[in-house]
Design a protein around this ligand. Structure first.
Ligand code: CUA
Length: 345
């Protein structure tokens, strides 16, 4: 042990640099801000993280106890000239106690703890909380903000805005196969099962952008089924929601007007909707306020003029298997269309 420590800390004078570097590296990996269950940013994630650490500490202590007993056994055997094996009763009691009684008691505590955490995940949200319905699609997220009657008042995709400090109820559904909704910094994992509505909730205690990810293998682009939760101040959230409820803004230039016509006369409107126009299909993400979103295609590419143009021309290039087909447009049509879509804030 001393030799190992000297190797790490350095001969003669103490050199803690390697230890500190290793510690920082571990900290960076384990507590990365954007997507980590070990960096809880809300009450539900904290409950889950606390339970994880409780299990980790108990498990760690058991591991140390087993190693200590093993070491003691080896040392004792070395220093004994004549081995003295345990009697049958002693061995039986030892196996029964450490192999049955203690594990059963510990696992029982874990089961009770786990059930209590699960209960918090399902029922820990007040009745009057803001309700967001999230529907998993291959491979994107439909996000509907519901009013008091349970009807959608605003629809968006792949970005969920929530007010800081307020619990948000989640109604989780699927349109096709099983997906799973998880924002590690804010809540636990909940499956989205076709024909069923699962409920969960989340709350962010601080403003920030928290990455979420589909956590149930759901086909070719499962890995590109990400989303983000944007936690903002309650007043800011009210403004955001009021904007999202509005229909799309009218084209303000001739080019934007031509872009709208391209949208309405091409295959775009077969799948997408833009509220306030005649495009009302619900197969693909609602584009009423598409320019207000940071990414396209469920976190696959950033939302910019260039990336949007590339996505429209060749979606299969950045997300092979996506249900969006390539759209044949002239350069001019494409420029007009992108100009129009990027005006939809
Ligand atoms: Cu959806 Cu994996």
């Amino acid at each position: 042990m001393k030799a190992l420590w000297r190797k790490i800390a350095g001969e003669g004078k103490a050199n803690f640099l390697p230890v500190i570097t290793m510690g920082l590296a571990w900290n960076k990996v384990a507590f990365a801000d954007s997507q980590s269950a070990l960096n809880p940013q809300g009450p539900l994630a904290s409950i889950i993280a606390d339970f994880f650490w409780a299990m980790m500490i108990v498990g760690g202590l058991i591991f140390l106890a087993v190693l200590t007993m093993l070491a003691l056994g080896i040392l004792k055997a070395r220093h004994q000239s004549e081995p003295r094996p345990l009697t049958f009763t002693q061995s039986r009691n030892l196996v029964f106690l450490s192999g049955v009684v203690i594990p059963v008691l510990i696992l029982l505590v874990y089961v009770i703890g786990s059930a209590s955490v699960n209960r918090q995940i399902i029922t820990g949200v007040p009745d009057d909380a803001l309700t967001v319905e999230i529907i998993g699609h291959q491979w994107w997220w439909e996000v509907n903000y519901l009013n008091a009657d349970g009807n959608p008042m605003a629809r968006t995709a792949n970005e969920i805005h929530i007010p800081v400090g307020k619990p948000v109820r989640l109604l989780l559904k699927s349109n096709d196969v099983i997906h799973s909704f998880w924002v590690p910094n804010l809540n636990g994992k909940t499956d989205m099962i076709p024909g069923k509505t699962n409920s969960s909730w989340m709350q962010a205690d601080n403003p920030g952008v928290f990455r979420g990810q589909c956590t149930e293998f759901c086909g070719k682009q499962h890995a590109h089924m990400a989303f983000s939760v944007v936690a903002i101040a309650p007043e800011e959230f009210e403004t955001w929601l009021a904007t999202q409820i509005q229909p799309a803004r009218q084209p303000r230039t001739e080019q934007q007007e031509r872009g709208l016509q391209v949208f309405l006369t091409s295959s775009c409107m077969m799948c997408h909707s833009i509220r306030g126009t005649s495009a009302m299909a619900g197969v693909a993400p609602d584009l009423t306020h598409v320019a207000s979103r940071k990414t396209l295609a469920a976190g696959t590419v950033e939302n910019s003029h260039g990336a949007l143009a590339a996505w429209i021309l060749a979606p299969q290039a950045s997300k092979p298997g996506t249900l969006m087909p390539a759209t044949k447009l002239s350069n001019e049509e494409l420029t007009d269309l992108v100009e129009y879509l990027m005006s939809l804030e």
